[in-house]
Design a protein around this ligand. Structure first.
Ligand SMILES: C[S@@+](CC[C@H](N)C(=O)[O-])C[C@H]1O[C@@H](n2cnc3c(N)ncnc32)[C@H](O)[C@@H]1O
Length: 219
């Protein structure tokens, strides 16, 4: 996204914290470009779990991807903000709903994204969420996850500190509970399709990885 486009999107979020967060996040984090690259060739509907302020949906629309997007988050304030901004921008086929992903997922067949939320789930809840998400991926579709990966690196320790800071500043409602390791993704997902796990930290100090499950096309 160009600096002007980032400024224009951030302008729709008048709260000082949201405004600066959005501008800094899109500029510094390679996340949304990476997810865009995964979904660029797809026309399948997307289910985005733990969508926050809806940045992924706005970013994909800005880059010309027009498939329907249902974005869920259990933070009602963020859902209301995202809905308001989608209305202001006149974006269609974008829905934002208040929903706790620990209470099961809605019916869906398409692509699924889970970006930076797994650390708020207990291990058993993560396994259930990953399984339910994988079951909602259509043939030829993808489940795209970004997560800090539990390992022995300094990056991992910085990731934990960053999430604790987000809780301390009340940006996140919850403190991190458990970071999945490579083996947790393999256990939940490898029976559902092809799994790839690769670093995605860009210029950040965090131990972020992109985890992509690709389902074979039907037939
Ligand atoms: C770090 S933010 C990531 C936001 C968004 N995925 C992104 O990357 O731009 C994590 C989000 O997950 C949401 N979240 C955490 N636990 C959740 C749950 N059980 N159900 C739904 N959303 C949840 C939080 O409210 C927060 O908005």
């Amino acid at each position: 996204m160009s600096p002007d486009a980032i400024r224009e999107l951030a302008r729709h979020f008048p709260g000082r914290w949201d405004h600066h967060y959005i501008a800094a996040k899109i500029k510094s984090d390679p996340l949304y470009e990476a997810v865009l690259a995964e979904f660029r060739e797809s026309e399948l509907p997307l289910l985005d779990l733990g969508c926050g302020l809806g940045l992924l949906a706005f970013f994909l629309r800005h880059n010309g991807l027009g498939f329907p997007i249902l974005s869920l988050d259990y933070d009602q304030r963020k859902i209301l903000e995202a809905r308001r901004v989608a209305g202001e921008l006149g974006l269609e086929r974008l829905d934002f709903e208040h929903h706790d992903a620990r209470e099961g997922l809605p019916a869906h067949q398409g692509n699924v994204s889970i970006l930076d939320i797994l650390q708020f789930f207990k291990p058993a809840e993560q396994q259930l969420l990953l399984t339910e998400a994988a079951e909602r991926v259509a043939p030829g579709g993808k489940l795209v996850i970004r997560s800090g990966l539990r390992d022995r690196s300094l990056r991992f320790r910085i990731t934990v500190a960053g999430d604790l800071f987000a809780k301390w500043t009340f940006w996140m409602k919850a403190a991190p509970v458990y970071y999945p390791g490579r083996e947790d993704f393999e256990q939940a997902l490898s029976d559902h399709g092809r799994l790839s796990i690769s670093p995605l930290w860009g210029g950040t100090p965090f131990n972020n990885h992109l985890i992509v499950l690709t389902k074979a096309t039907a037939g």
